[in-house]
Structure formats: C-alpha cells, structure tokens
Design a protein around this ligand. Sequence first.
Ligand code: 0L1
Ligand code: MG
Length: 266
Amino acid sequence: MPANAELSSADVERLAAFLDEAEREAREVDKITDQYPGLGHADAYAIQRALLARRRARGERLAGRKMGLTSFAKMRQMGVDSPIHGFLPDSGCIPDGALASMRGLIHPKVEAEIAVTTTRELRGPGCGAAEALAAIGMVHAAIEVIDSRYRNFRFDLPSVIADNTSAARYVIGAAGVPAAGLDLRHLGVVLEKNGGVLATGAGAAVLGHPAASLAALVNLLAEQDEALPAGTLVLTGGVTEAFPVQAGDSVRVTVQQVGSAAVRFG
Ligand code: 0L1
Ligand code: MG
C-alpha cells in the first residue's frame, strides 16, 4: 500500500474488528502497520472511531476522553512531536479503591494522571491553554491502566492510535476539588505500588500544564470535526512513566491538594 493511502471502509472495519477481538480475548497481536505499512494518522483515527462504534453497538457508553504521549520525554522516545488521543468507555471504569481483575488484561501498566471535568463545550481549532483552563470544573487524582494489544507493547504511532492509545481501565479518585484556586502546573504527584514510591512528578510533566493537554485534545478533535462537550471527563496524560503491574499489586496515586485514587489487582 502506498504511503498516505486511504483505507477502504471495509479495511477500517476489518482492522477495528481485529483489534477489538484481540482486546476481548486478551490476546497479543502484531502491530497493524505490519499489514498496512503506509497507514496514516487519519486512517488510524478512523479505525479508533470504528472501535468506539463497535463498543457502542454492544451497549457501552463513551465516558470520557484521554490524552496519550503527553510527556516530552515519551514523545522524544517515540520520535513524535505531538500527543495522541483516545476514548474512555464506561466499561473501563474501576471504582476508586476497588479490585481490578487481571482477567481480560494482557500486560497492564499503570500511569499517574490528573483527570479533569469540563463545564462548557470546547471547540477547536485554535483552543489555547487559557481557554481550556477556564473550562475545567473539577480536578481528580487518577490512575490509567494501559494495556497495548500489541506484542510486548511494540508499536508505532499509527498502530497505537488505532488501538485506542492502549486504553484499558481507569480509576478516578472519588474526591475531587474545583480547579479554581489550584495551580495545576505545580501540583506534586506521587505514584505508589504496594506502599513504596515508584515515581514522583508534577502537573508540568503533562505538556507543560494539564490545561495545555486539554487544549491539545480539543484541537485534535477539531481535525475530526468534533467538539468536546461540556461535562466531559478527560485523563490529561501520564505524569510519570508507566509501570507494569500484576495480580496482588496495590497502586495509589496522590495529587497534592486534590486527593488520591487507588486500585488493587487480582
Ligand atoms: O496513555 C498513554 O500515554 C499511552 C499512550 C500509548 C503509548 C503506550 O502505550 O505507552
Ligand atoms: Mg495515559
């Protein structure tokens, strides 16, 4: 297939089914650019949208959005200069403090994140961090459980976009606080596993400011002619690197002045 070729709608559906089945069967697969080396970002997002449509057809709801590859270090590592986005289905939500079953997961990793909810519609292009910040209502500590469907987490950018940016599960801290009065850039974040500190960071690790990540999401959605509705939950991106977890592990993320989110794996 030539570079930048557009996939037929049949191919988009077939690749969405391939990734959807891999997730449902908790089975690793080879990255889809092995089949389609010329896969472009537009086609990759079309596959992601087809994945969402499949889940909606099964009765799942869109519960929010997520940003990925938001740390400059991770972008450098992947050789890219912009973040990516995915969707959060309601089925992926684990209540704060609850047990997350390892069944259905392949090789999960956890990330410490800052989650926000929006109070008004945001529409790009041209959304800036100040506009995005003004639209943030509540802020919560959050844990994202990522679980690439690709063998050994080996992928390239189009493959991981199509695979819904490795989204799998997420935990939103039950207690949130209003954004007004918080300095999101300088909030300290601690990620702990089994009582020991795995990593620390600050809101600034997320594209310089979590509101910059929210604005980037809005501008990326505008490329698909979509706005971000009021009341949307957004995982703004990993503050720390991702760490593998296994059955028996307990994970907690604490965000200064905001609260914590916790999960156990079993
Ligand atoms: O949420 C994330 O930042 C993950 C983005 C996809 C890359 C990965 O799986 O590490
Ligand atoms: Mg993440």
